[in-house]
Design a protein around this ligand. Structure first.
Ligand code: WT7
Length: 639
């Protein structure tokens, strides 16, 4: 269970913190909309908003109605016109250890030209652009370039397979795809352009591919469709004026897994999103001008969008972008990077921390981590012992840890400490951010007393909230707003303790969380049943020491098909092909039948018991009894 230690902010941290008292909380509690309006003053607007929030068409909320602004202007131009002109914006560390630093002025130049290239290729305001790139500065440039001309970007994680990319491009009806010739991962070559090409040939909507030269490998270029970025960039003007965007113009789409086999195209819009990430970056990460901020996520995930790119750059921060992995060439790569650049704020996931714990402290001790002053965690519940290891060995008992709860849908951090004032409890994401309102409710939507676990809902709109699901408003309403009318349904379970601290318990729906990545059990099942030998499949997430959850699949085979070791491998590879390596099942159980309720619903709880070893073996008849009780309860529940 949780330990009972509480960690108040260290004195030295408190003294220098941006937030030293509870003013922000009090202002937000007194007048939430006015609080967000005050935060919005931190951005540059071409025209101020007329109204902070329009709820007349709920759940299609509109923020900063009537306001006009441009995201790339806020992330670049305004800094270039200030003392930050020559400040480092991006420090890029490539997998091979080579590195490049771009000042705000240089990044501004590059983004302008990138935007001009896209414009020249026919991209217009409202067009969808897919970005399928590794973690290189050009990926960030491509994103910012889209925002400059009002194109809607959708970054697809470069680890996703061709199939997964195809699904997303198709749903988007995207016109342009931006990619690289090739990438490396742990020194191994990945033919990104080739993957992308296969996906677009199946789609038909993509007119052009823009290829950034990364490795210099030979790729086939189809004249009239495929263009080298370096060939076009010399022919365009240096400046591309930022489009005046409406507050509610779409900014980007990011696909995320839901409870069905089809990924959800989560739509974020311009002003509310930027206000949300600008504000939360500033206060959660205690922004200081001289910080070197490193978030180890990938721009293919919301963490990368919000806290590698938009939040930090809107504030004029210096970010580290790392192309590689923590164990290549050796298991001290992260610590080496922190030492090399003097990283001050380090944001990562519990899975990574558990892995480092397993690798041992010798790797950490090789490096000077004294530049660190603040740590962050995101993506999964962090176990208290993992928290303590992070605190002791990485933060050297000097750095507060902000455990930040949020989702692709929320766009911005929703629950988190403010490191200068919040006393930390290991394993708790602590308190809602000022202006965010959260409630723990029972199945009927009734608020629960302290310490009782229930559904976590968000009871009022917040600026960076998703606006809809692309092409599927019905699903938007059903997935988030129908369960508990008037409230946003997060899908997570939680309890609130007697101090008001929130303890996230994990997903309550059929979404699983593997190494901080969200996967849909239905999507993996869909991949498995594509195999001609498979009759039926049920996928669950089972508890895993390092990865939070591991994918376990229960598969029934068609008559005459044998459950061999080869078939097991074949099925695992099929999932990799359909979705990507992150979804590869750890376990595949062949079973004659799947346990179901009378109405045919698979009893996942029972499968979880089996996969986690509770119902197996000779041990506890008590647990067996519990399983039986569960089956009975579900049958009764079905009436
Ligand atoms: C789900 C959202 C938001 C960035 C990465 C994941 C889980 C996220 C925490 C945390 C406990 C967390 C939740 C949430 N989650 N942060 N600090 N403590 N759980 O984004 O893919 O949209 O997944 O990640 O279950 O619902 P995502």
């Amino acid at each position: 269970m949780e330990n009972n230690f509480v960690y108040p902010p260290p004195q030295h941290f408190k003294e220098n913190a941006l937030v030293k008292d509870d003013t922000l909380y009090r202002r937000a509690a007194a007048d939430r909309l006015n609080f967000w309006a005050e935060m919005a003053e931190g951005l540059d607007w071409f025209k101020k908003w007329d109204k902070v929030l329009d709820e007349s068409d709920a759940p299609y909320y509109r923020w900063f109605v009537g306001g006009k602004l441009n995201v790339s202007y806020n992330c670049l131009d305004r800094h270039v016109n200030s003392f930050r002109r020559n400040k480092a914006a991006v420090i890029f560390e490539a997998e091979d250890g080579s590195n490049v630093t771009l000042t705000y002025y240089q990044l501004f130049r590059e983004v302008n030209r990138f935007a001009a290239v896209m414009q020249q290729m026919g991209v217009q305001k409202g067009d969808r652009v897919v970005i399928y790139m590794p973690m290189v500065p050009e990926a960030v440039m491509a994103m910012l370039a889209c925002t400059r001309i009002g194109a809607i970007h959708s970054v697809v994680f470069s680890g996703f397979s061709t199939e997964a990319l195809y699904k997303r491009i198709n749903d988007l009806g995207a016109k342009l795809l931006v990619t690289v010739d090739g990438a490396t991962r742990r020194g191994k070559f990945i033919p990104l352009k080739e993957n992308a090409q296969q996906a677009i040939e199946a789609c038909g909507c993509i007119e052009k591919i823009l290829v950034v030269r990364r490795l210099g490998n030979i790729v086939q270029m189809q004249p009239g469709r495929d263009y080298w970025y370096h060939e076009l960039v010399g022919q365009v003007p240096l400046y591309c004026s930022p489009a005046e965007m409406d507050a509610e113009d779409p900014l980007f789409l990011l696909y995320s897994s839901g409870t069905t086999g089809t990924p959800k195209g989560i739509l974020h819009t311009t002003a509310g999103y930027l206000v949300g990430v600008y504000t939360t970056y500033r206060y959660v990460f205690d922004y200081h001008e001289e910080d070197i901020f490193w978030s180890t996520s990938d721009i293919g995930w919301i963490t990368g969008q919000s806290y590698i790119v938009y939040g930090p750059l809107a504030n004029g921060a210096t970010i580290v972008i790392f192309e590689g992995t923590p164990d290549y060439p050796q298991r001290d790569r992260f610590w080496e990077i922190i030492e090399k650049y003097g990283v001050t704020v380090f944001y990562t996931a519990p899975t990574a921390i558990s892995t480092f714990m397993q690798w041992g402290t010798a790797w950490v001790k090789k490096h000077d981590l004294s530049s660190l002053r603040l740590l962050g965690s995101v993506g999964e519940p962090i176990k208290p012992d993992t928290w303590l290891w992070f605190y002791e060995h990485i933060g050297q008992k000097r750095c507060p840890i902000v455990d930040t709860w949020w989702q692709t849908e929320t766009g911005m951090i929703m629950i988190s400490p403010l490191p200068g004032i919040t006393a930390l409890k290991p394993g708790s994401a602590t308190l809602p951010f000022p202006g965010v309102e959260v409630q723990i409710v029972d199945d009927q939507g009734r608020p629960l007393p302290d310490n009782e676990a229930g559904h976590m809902v968000i009871t009022s709109p917040w600026p960076a909230m998703l606006r809809t699901l692309y092409n599927d408003p019905e699903r938007y309403e059903k997935a988030y707003w129908k369960q508990f009318p008037g409230c946003f349904y997060s899908g997570d379970g939680a309890r609130r303790d007697e101090d008001g601290y929130i303890w996230i318990l994990g997903r309550l729906d059929d979404v699983i969380n593997v190494s901080g990545h969200r996967l849909s059990t239905a999507e993996i099942e869909g991949a498995l049943v594509r195999h001609t030998g498979v009759a039926e499949a049920a996928v669950i997430g089972r508890a895993h020491e390092i990865k939070n959850q591991a994918v376990a699949a229960f598969v029934t085979l068609k008559e005459g098909v044998l459950g061999t070791e080869e078939l097991r491998e074949e099925l695992k590879n099929l999932v990799v092909k359909e979705i990507g390596a992150i979804a590869r099942p750890d376990d595949i159980y062949f079973t004659a039948e799947l346990p179901k309720t009378r109405s045919g619903k698979i009893m996942r709880r029972l499968l979880r018991d089996i996969a986690e070893g509770r119902a197996l073996g000779d041990t506890s008849t008590l647990l067996d009894a519990e399983v039986i009780a569960n089956i009975k309860k579900s049958y009764e529940g079905e009436g």
